[in-house]
Structures are given as C-alpha cells and as structure tokens.
Design a protein around this ligand. Structure first.
Ligand SMILES: Nc1ncnc2c1ncn2[C@@H]1O[C@H](COP(=O)(O)OP(=O)(O)O)[C@@H](O)[C@H]1O
Ligand SMILES: [Mg+2]
Length: 247
C-alpha cells in the first residue's frame, strides 16, 4: 500500500444474514482527499463507513486503513480507531460528562495522556470548532449545532488520520446546519482527510475532491463534484439528484 493511501477498500462485500448490504466496493482515499458519499436511504452508506473503523465487519475483500489491514480476528481494533475519527448524525456525546470531559476522555483513556495534557488538547480543539466558552456545560445545555461541533472537537482530540462523517447535519434544525458545515469546510481547508456521507450539495461542491454515489450496496458512479452534479451518467444518479434537488 502506497504511503499516502489512508483508506483502501478492495472488492469489499458484506452481508446481514442473507441480505447483501455491500457489493464489490473498490475505493481508495489518499491523504488530504475529501470524499463525499451520497445515495438513497438504505443504499449502504453508513455500513460502508462503519466498516472503515470496524464498527462493522466486512466478510469479503480487503480494507486497509492507515496501513492496518482489517480482518476477521484482528486484535488491533483500538489501534484502527485511534486513527479514525467518526462523527454521527446524533452526536453521541457522553451526557453525564461536561463538554470538556467529553473531549478529554479519548486522549486519557486511549492515548494515556495525563489530565493536564488532555485538558490542553481538549481546549485547543474546542477553540478549533469555536466553542471554548461552552467547555464546562453538559451536552443537554447546548444547541444541536453546538453539540455536533463538540462531537467534531472530541474526534479531533485523537488527532486522527481521517475523519468519517455520517450525515452530520441531517438531525439538525435548519438554522444550525451552516455552523457545522462551516466547521467541516474549515477542516477540509486545513487539509484533513475526510469521508463525508452527506446530501449537502453546497458543501460537496465547495470541498469535495470526489463525490461517490451508492445504490443498493454498490458504488454506481463517482466523479468530481462539477461533473457529478451537472452531468451524471447513470439513470439512478439522475433520479436521485432530481429528488434531492426538489428540496
Ligand atoms: N444491523 C443491521 N442488521 C440488518 N440489516 C441492517 C443493519 N444495519 C443496516 N441494515 C440494512 O442494510 C441496508 C443499508 O443500511 P445503511 O448502511 O444504514 O444505509 P444508508 O446509510 O445508506 O441509509 C438497509 O437496508 C438497512 O436496513
Ligand atoms: Mg445512513
């Protein structure tokens, strides 16, 4: 695997029982690349990116993440997760911990940082997402947009090689979407390697190097955003784009 490949998926397939959720997935993500994954609900987008940090296991093919090959009896799941940040639709913050603690526990528990070091790291990344003033609040006291920015900061505290986003703005009230997209755009501008499942086309156009369209567990089409949005090749892509463009 070449040094600058962060994710490499080769002929990946996965089943839930008899149902094949991923089929013949081939995808590479190079260092610094920003990939947007879109496609209809149920097409396998979440499953795919969850395989990249081993929240799900694939059954066929090969996935290598930051030089670590993910396979059946792997012992180094923790090692993979150190390298892969993940941001979910529903934030998944620890409700009983302050914002600051939410950001400190990764460096402390997983990287063995001292409390003093972890606090420094946490404050650095809370500043990075521009909410250091919320550090001592609990998640429930924050707006959805603020909680999602904390979730991004929490991931960044692990200084991951790649960030995965699974529809990070789709659970937010409309007025909070842009603060999260702005944070993601600013990470992209700083050179973060990112795989984002999102239907935010403005974001895709502004930052994506490639847009990937999935349908029924397969990558149907991929291309640069301009070509993808203005000149889609497959009927399924055209139908999907016509549906999301209506909104
Ligand atoms: N744990 C699971 N067990 C069985 N089927 C699942 C499970 N998770 C997802 N699926 C099914 O796999 C398909 C793809 O799901 P998902 O990856 O969540 O799609 P997407 O994120 O594109 O909406 C869907 O049909 C979904 O119902
Ligand atoms: Mg999903």
């Amino acid at each position: 695997m070449s040094m600058d490949l962060i994710i490499e998926a080769k002929d990946v397939a996965k089943w839930y029982g008899a149902f094949q959720v991923l089929k013949d997935i081939n995808l590479t993500v190079r260092k610094g690349e920003r990939i947007v994954v879109c496609g209809p609900s149920g097409s396998g987008k979440s499953t795919l990116i969850r395989c990249f940090n081993r929240l799900e296991a694939h059954q066929k093919g090969e996935i290598t993440v930051n030089g670590i090959t993910l396979h059946d009896r792997m012992r180094n799941v923790a090692e993979v997760r150190k390298n892969v940040g993940m941001v979910f639709q529903h934030f998944n913050l620890f409700p009983h911990m302050t914002v600051l603690m939410n950001c400190m526990v990764g460096p402390m528990w997983i990287k063995g940082a001292s409390a003093v070091e972890a606090k420094k790291i946490a404050l650095r990344f809370l500043e990075r997402v521009r909410i250091p003033e919320q550090a001592n609040k609990y998640p429930v006291q924050l707006s959805g947009g603020q909680q999602q920015r904390v979730a991004i900061a929490r991931s960044l505290c692990m200084e991951p090689a790649v960030m995965l986003f699974d529809e990070p703005t789709s659970a937010l009230d409309p007025e909070m979407v842009s603060e999260v997209l702005d944070t993601m755009t600013s990470l992209a501008r700083d050179g973060m390697t990112m795989v984002c499942v999102t239907h935010e086309m403005g974001f895709a156009r502004a930052v994506a190097d490639r847009v990937i369209f999935m349908n029924s567990g397969q990558i149907v089409e991929e291309g640069n955003p301009e070509a993808f949005f203005t000149n889609p090749q497959h009927d399924r892509t055209k139908l999907f784009l016509s549906q999301i463009l209506k909104h």
